[in-house]
Design a binder for this molecule. Sequence first.
Ligand SMILES: Cc1cc2nc3c(=O)[nH]c(=O)nc-3n(C[C@H](O)[C@H](O)[C@H](O)COP(=O)(O)OP(=O)(O)OC[C@H]3O[C@@H](n4cnc5c(N)ncnc54)[C@H](O)[C@@H]3O)c2cc1C
Length: 212
Amino acid sequence: MGLDRSLPDRAEVVIIGGGVMGASAAFHLAEAGVTDVVLLEADELSCGSTSKSAGGVRLQFSDEINIALALRSMDAFERFGQRPGADIGLHQVGYLFLLTDPDDVTVFEKNTELQNSMGVDSRMLSPDEAGELSPLANVDDVLAASFCGRDGHATPEAVVLGYASAARAREAGRYPPRYASPRRGGRAETRVRGRAPRRRRRRPGPRRAPPR
Ligand SMILES: Cc1cc2nc3c(=O)[nH]c(=O)nc-3n(C[C@H](O)[C@H](O)[C@H](O)COP(=O)(O)OP(=O)(O)OC[C@H]3O[C@@H](n4cnc5c(N)ncnc54)[C@H](O)[C@@H]3O)c2cc1C
């Protein structure tokens, strides 16, 4: 997708960053009828951590919030072909966690219970069952495994382009979300309403210890 490099003086909504979060926000705003949206990307859409991830998508998480978010995301990924309408290379081949530490087995048993209580069809497996599911895995020292067949992988860049293209298409003929490249002199800046960005000066002084 070509970038519109002109920067408007003002916009109702300015989204900074064209990774999956920015592109998804642009799409959901467009769908909700918010038309005057500008997405500022310092480089190319999806050039950040989104395109560097492994592309794993899973429901096997250990706390309620992440499980709820994962369920919401998986629903969206599964229906991505219809809404917003793009092939994201989703393959639900399952995630198999092989556990060799007794403490991990206890934790994963608890996690699986929580996942099941929230509607996730994950389950604990014996080492033999894990070996049958994945014949190339060496399960000699495996104590147990957990598996969810709805997990899998997708193409993160395709998710970004799917959302961004749909955001643009929905705005066609009105105020299309623009993807501006605010790179100046080799550094990324963001200008909103024509004001020059405030630069932070580095002051000499003691450095804080990193948080533990
Ligand atoms: C399908 C899918 C599968 C995934 N699978 C995994 C996985 O298996 N494992 C995993 O750990 N994570 C995974 N992730 C998550 C991924 O690793 C990232 O955490 C996530 O995509 C980050 O998205 P983001 O939009 O917050 O950030 P980014 O993708 O980093 O986007 C931020 C963007 O902001 C731009 N930017 C920065 N500063 C400025 C500025 N001042 N002005 C303008 N632009 C700026 C950058 O250039 C960049 O493009 C997955 C994500 C997806 C979509």
